[in-house]
Design a protein around this ligand. Structure first.
Ligand SMILES: Nc1ncnc2c1ncn2[C@@H]1O[C@H](COP(=O)(O)OP(=O)(O)OP(=O)(O)O)[C@@H](O)[C@H]1O
Ligand SMILES: [Mg+2]
Length: 283
């Protein structure tokens, strides 16, 4: 088998408190080149904690993360060795990830420099703007001159300009207008596939997940309770939590997102480990 781009083994993340909170409770996963894997689950189940642990900016209580054949150390985002720029992140809020005082072309240029520092091919920031559907002349503009959806496209362009083999995206579309959510998600998929990169895509929007993810991981209380081929899970969910989650998808109303945490008297059964719900392949 080829080496996955990203793999984790029994990752545990705990936060201090009395008692300590185990936000991620032993997660093992593997993502291959050109594979889009979605991570879904209700608010607070540990998705962002896992994403931060994967990129090495959250302390792990135990477990390991590998990017290709390298171990991912736990370090501040600015102290990561340059090999690790082959793993890029896109976060929910482009306002906090873009520098308001720098031209967008220069910020995309940071991604280009990261690629060059790893011996990868350089590129022109204007081309990236075009690839994410913006005017290449916009390179001279500042972030405030763009809408939220456009800013997120710029953040995606900067991440991809670094020519990552892996993109970790934590709710990259939830701050966008409903009308642009699907197109930005589809664009992320297309660009990752073009580049042969893997993507971990975290979203509340299950209708978008179904459209763009090859595989889906369903998380509940820090654990992956069901995983596998997206369409297999949607058509025949085995785990009772997955069943409740999918049943809570509202009738399409344009927003298409999960409005509430599923309320269910059966919550106790949701912590059950059901081995046959894991790593389900297409029939
Ligand atoms: N820095 C922190 N310190 C203490 N507790 C935290 C911290 N970050 C997250 N938590 C707690 O850990 C649990 C998991 O949080 P996390 O942000 O990973 O969930 P999530 O699945 O990303 O939720 P959401 O869908 O709302 O973004 C929650 O109970 C949260 O309150
Ligand atoms: Mg989160």
């Amino acid at each position: 088998m080829t080496v996955p781009v990203l793999s984790t083994s029994d990752v545990v993340v705990e936060y201090r408190g009395r008692p300590p909170l185990r936000a991620v409770d032993g997660v093992s996963l593997a993502i291959g080149a050109g594979e889009v894997v979605a991570l879904v689950g209700e608010s607070g189940c540990g998705k962002s904690s896992l994403a931060r642990a994967v990129i090495g900016i959250e302390k792990r209580a135990s477990g390991s993360v590998r990017f290709g054949t390298s171990d991912v150390p736990v370090l501040g985002i600015r102290r990561r060795p340059h090999e690790l720029t082959g793993m890029q992140m896109v976060f929910q809020d482009p306002n906090s990830s873009l520098n308001p005082r720098r031209r967008v072309g220069d910020q995309i240029g940071d991604g280009v420099s990261a690629a060059l520092a790893r011996g990868e091919a350089g590129s022109d920031p204007a081309e990236w703007l075009e690839r994410v559907g913006l005017d290449p002349g916009a390179a001279r503009s500042y972030p405030h001159e763009f809408s939220g959806g456009q800013k997120q496209r710029i953040a995606i362009a900067r991440a991809l300009a670094a020519r990552p083999a892996m993109l970790v995206a934590d709710e990259p579309i939830s701050a966008l207008d409903a009308s642009t959510q699907t197109s930005v998600a589809a664009l992320m998929r297309a660009l990752c596939l073009d580049a042969g990169a893997g993507m971990l895509f975290i979203s509340h929007d299950l209708s978008v997940v179904r459209r763009i993810a090859d595989r889906t991981l369903v998380m509940y209380r820090g654990r992956i309770v069901e995983s596998g081929h997206t369409e297999t899970i949607w058509q025949d969910p085995i785990h009772p939590y997955t069943q409740a989650l999918l049943a809570a998808i509202p009738v399409p109303d344009g927003a298409g997102r999960l409005p509430i945490t599923p309320q269910d008297a059966d919550r106790l059964t949701w912590t059950e480990a059901i081995p046959e719900a894991l790593e389900r392949t297409a029939p």
